[in-house]
Design a protein around this ligand. Structure first.
Ligand SMILES: *[C@@H]1O[C@H](CO)[C@@H](O)[C@H](O)[C@H]1NC(C)=O
Length: 383
């Protein structure tokens, strides 16, 4: 027995050493692989990231966060999902939600393997347009597509809402291929966007939107988007994308939420989420600004020109200009253009040279090119 001890010890040590060595090799391999995935489309290495926690009781620095309305099974578990659309919506905007549901009904979303939820908060007591919680509960019973946080609806709380949406998508819809974030007063050419999704070069760091470079904080106290030096001290915002509409992935959504735990709150939500947090992660955006317009008049021109000349529309994202029904009208008209083999389809043509939207629409709609856009447009965002 005595003489066996050293050999046992030796055995033990050699097994231990082998284990440690193989684990080190595995870790190194994993790191190399990670870096290669990231290098595929981005030059810089991302920082090491905290693992995804998905804790529903935490939302940035908000204490006692919770969902007042939720639908955890919206995305199912196994189902293949092309995209989850998260729509930031003011709780009282029943018309815009209704318009979106009518324009693209649930069966249509189902067919395309797309899910859609609306992100709400709680109306302040002073809001005379607020709708009651009971009405929201009924809306939820009927459509099952509301996600409501227990914080107060306010411009300065939009960052909470935005992160809530990403957190929800990262947790309850992590198996979707894409996450689409949009606002409820934005019109999108739904079928064109779906076509685009199918053509995108997918990777898990995908992030595409209207990219802004060199935007400066508004320092004029009269401006709605006035930012104090205390809130944001630097002369320029990092590169960010418009929160009107962007496309990313559940992985990016998760990492943005995690990163937000360590980065001080800033209330301009798209700057914070798609600019400041993306910069910390060192991830880059793809620019798809050519599909955006800042003027709802362009979308109206598109509807008219489709009906008259079967012209396709050059733009696929724009504001509704205060008309909730524009979402319905636009998609009703242009969807005919997208299905060439259905009986209802009308083949449509790209606009001929000289008939570009920017030329033909300008003549009719005074005030274009955009001074400040529609009254409802949040002016800092596109100009
Ligand atoms: C944002 O929400 C928090 C939590 O509900 C609330 O205390 C705060 O007053 C809200 N901010 C604004 C500007 O209304």
């Amino acid at each position: 027995m005595e003489t066996n001890m050293p050999s046992l010890l030796k055995n033990f040590i050699s097994t231990f050493v082998t284990l440690v060595l193989s684990m080190t090799i595995l870790l190194i391999l994993e790191n190399i692989l990670e870096n290669q995935i990231h290098r595929g489309s981005h030059e810089e290495h991302p920082k090491p990231r905290a693992s995804w926690l998905g804790d529903d009781s935490k939302l940035l620095n908000l204490k006692n966060f919770k969902y007042l309305l939720n639908n955890p099974t919206k995305c199912g578990r196994e189902e293949e999902i092309l995209a989850i659309i998260i729509v930031t919506s003011y709780e009282a905007h029943i018309e815009t939600r209704s318009a979106m549901r009518r324009a693209i009904p649930e069966q249509e979303l189902e067919r395309l393997r797309i899910k859609r939820v609306f992100l709400l908060a709680v109306a302040p007591e002073t809001d005379k347009y607020a709708i009651s919680q009971d009405a929201l509960i009924n809306e939820q019973k009927r459509y099952g597509d509301l996600i409501q946080g227990n914080f107060i609806e306010a411009y300065r709380n939009l960052t909470y809402k935005h992160i809530m949406g990403l957190s929800w998508a990262g947790k309850y819809c992590s198996h979707a291929k894409y996450v689409i974030k949009m606002d409820d007063d934005i019109v999108i050419d739904f079928y064109k966007i779906v076509q685009m999704l199918n053509k995108f070069q997918y990777n898990r760091l995908f992030f595409a939107g209207y990219v802004f470079h060199g935007m400066q904080p508004k320092r004029d106290p009269a401006n709605k988007w006035y930012v104090t030096y205390y809130e944001y001290s630097k002369p320029m915002y990092p590169v960010f994308v418009s929160g009107w509409f962007y496309v990313t992935t559940p992985y990016v959504a998760q990492q943005l939420v995690n990163t937000g735990r360590f980065v001080p709150y800033f209330w301009i939500d798209d700057v914070y989420v798609t600019g400041i947090l993306m910069k910390v992660l060192k991830w880059k955006h793809s620019d798809i600004h050519e599909i955006f317009t800042a003027n709802s008049a362009f979308l109206e021109c598109c509807i008219r020109d489709f009906k008259q000349y079967q012209y396709d529309c050059d733009v696929a994202v724009g504001p509704n200009g205060g008309d909730a029904e524009l979402f319905v009208k636009f998609n009703e008209a242009l969807s005919k253009c997208r299905f060439h083999n259905s009986s209802e389809s009308i083949p449509c043509h790209s606009r001929p040279l000289g008939k570009e939207l920017t030329k033909t629409c300008v003549a009719e709609f005074k005030g274009f090119p955009l001074g400040n856009g529609d009254a409802k447009i949040e002016d800092y965002k596109l100009f």
